[in-house]
Structure formats: structure tokens, C-alpha cells
Design a protein around this ligand. Structure first.
Ligand code: PMP
Length: 293
């Protein structure tokens, strides 16, 4: 919780943080049966909300949850949550679970999905950290023949376990490999590297979440005339990168300066990362990228 009690939206009703609750019979709690989004607002506009809502509906479709609202109504509810809290900048956690029902996996036990929108004034990922140290961890990202990584579901245990490994190793963030051993992504962010002036990042086929920040960064690179290539990356390539960074709604563009004890480039945020970071910040301020609060 932040320093003041914000209002959380639960199935269309607003409750102070301390009173915002869902049932223990909610299948999101019982089985991790749900989907979610992390969304951010800048300067009174919600950044690329349409893409977040689309990804939410796609994740829900994959796991067979029918969101009981239209895309426009979910968008309006996000804006309303920020408005009610007087927030022009901030983070939103949008969660849709299968809903409340008697125990048992049968989804027909749940009559209606639960829709929760939690606002936050602080940013949850890598907040306040200087350029990060990362470690490649044993826990792998879900392969496409399990829960697909492109669906943002409430089953984030691989990611949580990866983060635990990173913390135990004294690092800030984990780098997960995919089922084949190629570099995949961070526990809650995508990975980029720079080599000889080119930007490289794992392709969607590497079983990553298709990050909206990742997409924005690829667009920024194009605008800046920086060549960007989506290809499988080995740890060898990552260790020998000139620069590396993470991208995500929480992380924004965040330099990595060490991986598994190997110093990346000069050990500080590199010049191309800085250009991308500045370019990304400009995108967050552009009115056409934002849904008005
Ligand atoms: N990968 C994972 C596993 C994530 O959970 C996230 C979102 N937190 C991202 C990447 C970044 O996605 P986005 O840029 O859309 O926030």
C-alpha cells in the first residue's frame, strides 16, 4: 500500500485498499485461474491502453474466460479508477479471474468472472534501482506447449521462482532462458542487447510475453534509425553485449550492467540505451499514445 489509502475497483464498486477483498472461493485464488495486465498512466493519459486491453482479452480467450464487459467499458473503468483517486500518473493492476464458485476445477462452477482494478502511486518493478545486476536462473520460462508465455495469466510461479533465485544470488533481476536454453526475458520484463550499433532481442517464438514496452522500443529504434533484429540469443551473446537493458511497463527502459558476474560494456548505462530510454520517455508523453483519464 502507498502512503494514502487509494480506492480499488472490485466488480465495479470502489473500496478503500484495506477493505478491497475477494472471496477465498475465487478461482483466481484457488487455482491461479485468471489473467492480468500492468498498465501505466503518464501526464493524465493511460499509455497504450488499447494494446493492454487487447492483450487482456486475448489472454482471457486462451484460458477460456469470457470477460463480462466490452473493451471500451474496461478502458473506461481503468480511467475511472485513476480519476476517482485523483491520479494523473500511476500504475494500474487489472485482474480478471474465473470468478467465485465452489471448489473443483470445472470452470462451470464459476458464474461470473471477477474484475479488479488496483491503482498504485508507486512503480512495482525495479523502482528506484540504479542500472541492474542480473543472473541467468535455472527456472525456465513456460514453453509454448504449456501455458503460453504470450498469455498473461495468474500463473506466474516460474517468474516468482526465478526472482527468488535472483534475490538469493544477490542480484536485482533474473534472466529466464526458454525451453531450448536461449535467452528469454526477465521475471517481469523483456530483454534487449546492443552489439555493434544494432539492437537485438529474442523473438516472440522464444516464448516471451509480447511486451508493449518492447513493441514501443522497437518503434523508437526505427524512428532513431537504429537497426533492430528479433532473433534467438545465447547467453554467450548476452555476456558479450556492448549494452543491455530491460523493458516493461514498470521497468520502462532500464540498463543492465552485469550478468552472472560479467560486466556488460563499460559497466554503466550505454549511449544507445540512453537514446532508446529518452525516445521511450517521449513516446509516453505523446497524446496519441494515451487514453484520456
Ligand atoms: N515479460 C513479462 C514476463 C512480464 O510480466 C511483463 C510485464 N510486466 C513484460 C515482459 C513486459 O511487458 P510490458 O512492456 O507490456 O509491460
Amino acid at each position: 500500500m502507498g502512503e494514502r489509502e487509494l480506492l480499488v475497483c472490485v466488480d465495479g464498486e470502489f473500496y478503500p485498499e484495506g477493505q478491497a477483498k475477494i472471496s477465498v472461493y475465487d478461482h483466481g485464488f484457488l487455482y491461479g485461474d485468471g489473467v492480468f495486465e500492468g498498465i501505466r498512466a503518464y501526464g493524465g493519459r493511460i499509455f497504450r491502453l488499447g494494446e493492454h486491453i487487447e492483450r487482456l482479452f486475448e489472454s482471457a480467450k486462451t484460458v477460456g474466460i469470457m470477460i463480462p464487459m466490452s473493451r471500451e467499458d474496461v478502458s473506461k473503468a481503468c480511467a475511472e479508477t485513476l480519476r476517482r483517486n485523483g491520479l494523473r500518473e500511476g500504475y494500474l493492476r487489472l485482474v480478471v479471474s474465473r470468478g467465485v464458485g465452489k471448489m473443483g476445477l470445472d470452470p462451470r462452477n464459476c458464474r461470473k468472472p471477477t474484475v479488479v482494478i488496483i491503482p498504485a502511486t508507486y512503480v512495482i518493478t525495479l523502482a528506484g534501482l540504479k542500472p541492474v545486476k542480473a543472473v541467468a536462473v535455472c527456472t525456465r520460462r513456460n514453453p509454448p506447449f504449456c501455458i503460453p508465455a504470450s498469455a498473461k495469466t495468474l500463473n506466474y510461479l516460474n517468474n516468482v521462482m526465478a526472482r527468488i533465485e535472483a534475490i538469493n544470488a544477490g542480484a536485482d533481476e533474473a534472466i529466464l532462458l526458454d525451453w531450448r536454453g536461449y535467452v528469454c526475458e526477465g521475471s517481469g520484463d523483456n530483454v534487449f542487447m546492443v552489439k555493434n550499433g544494432r539492437l537485438l532481442t529474442p523473438p516472440l517464438e522464444a516464448s516471451i510475453l509480447g511486451g508493449i514496452t518492447r513493441l514501443t522500443v522497437l518503434e523508437v529504434a526505427k524512428k532513431l534509425g537504429i537497426e533492430a533484429v528479433e532473433k534467438d540469443l545465447t547467453l554467450h551473446e548476452l555476456y558479450n553485449a556492448d549494452e543491455a537493458f530491460l523493458t516493461g511497463t514498470g521497468a520502462e527502459v532500464h540498463a543492465i550492467v552485469q550478468i552472472d558476474g560479467r560486466v556488460i560494456g563499460t559497466g554503466e548505462e550505454g549511449p544507445i540505451t540512453k537514446r532508446i530510454e529518452d525516445g521511450f520517455k517521449r513516446e509516453t508523453q505523446r497524446p496519441e499514445n494515451g487514453y484520456p483519464i
